[in-house]
Design a binder for this molecule. Structure first.
Ligand SMILES: [Zn+2]
Length: 157
C-alpha cells in the first residue's frame, strides 16, 4: 500500500505542522508548472507523479479522521505482511458486496477475504481471510496518468 508518511518523508508521529511543511517543500520542488521550465521528458514525469503522490498524501494526513483510518489500515497491513501469502488476486476480480460495504473474494476454506472501501482507497495489499490464517495479495491497477480522467484514483463506491 502507499506509504503517505514515507512520501512526505515524515515519521508516523509527525505533527500536522511538520507534515504541512514537508508537503509544501515537496510541492515547491515538484510542481508541474515549475518543473516544466527546467526539465523535460522522464524527469518531468517523475516530478508530476511525485507531485500527485504528495498531494494525495497530504489530503489524507491533513484530515484527522482520514489520517486515523490510514493509520489503522497501515497498522493492519504491516501486521499482515508477516503472514504467508496464498495467492495474488487482481483488484478487478474482487466482488463488491453492497449489503456489507466490502470488496470480497472467497477463500478455499469457505470464508472470505474482505477489503473495506478505505482499505481499497489506501491500496492495502495484504488481505487476511476472515475465517482462517491465509492471506491474499491484492494487485491494484497502475495509477492513471494525470491527463486521463483518473477515475481509478477516486474513492470507490
Ligand atoms: Zn480462509
Amino acid at each position: 500500500m502507499e506509504d503517505y508518511y514515507g512520501i512526505l518523508g515524515c515519521q508516523p508521529d509527525a505533527s500536522k505542522h511538520d507534515l504541512k511543511e514537508a508537503y509544501q517543500k515537496l510541492i515547491l520542488t515538484h510542481h508541474p508548472d515549475k518543473v516544466q521550465q527546467v526539465n523535460s521528458g522522464a524527469q518531468q514525469k517523475a516530478d508530476t507523479s511525485m507531485f500527485q503522490a504528495a498531494t494525495k498524501a497530504w489530503k489524507v494526513l491533513s484530515d484527522p479522521s482520514l489520517r486515523a483510518e490510514f493509520d489503522a489500515c497501515w497498522k493492519q497491513n504491516s501486521l499482515a505482511q508477516k503472514w504467508p501469502v496464498q495467492e495474488d488476486v487482481l483488484f478487478e476480480d474482487l466482488e463488491w458486496i453492497e449489503d456489507e460495504d466490502v470488496y470480497c473474494v472467497s477463500c478455499r476454506c469457505g470464508g472470505n477475504y474482505e477489503l473495506t472501501k478505505s482499505d481499497a482507497f489506501f491500496k492495502a495489499d495484504i488481505v487476511p481471510c476472515g475465517s482462517c490464517s491465509l492471506c491474499v495479495r491484492v494487485v491494484y491497477p497502475p495509477a492513471q496518468n494525470s491527463n486521463d480522467s483518473g477515475t481509478s484514483s477516486n474513492l470507490p463506491g
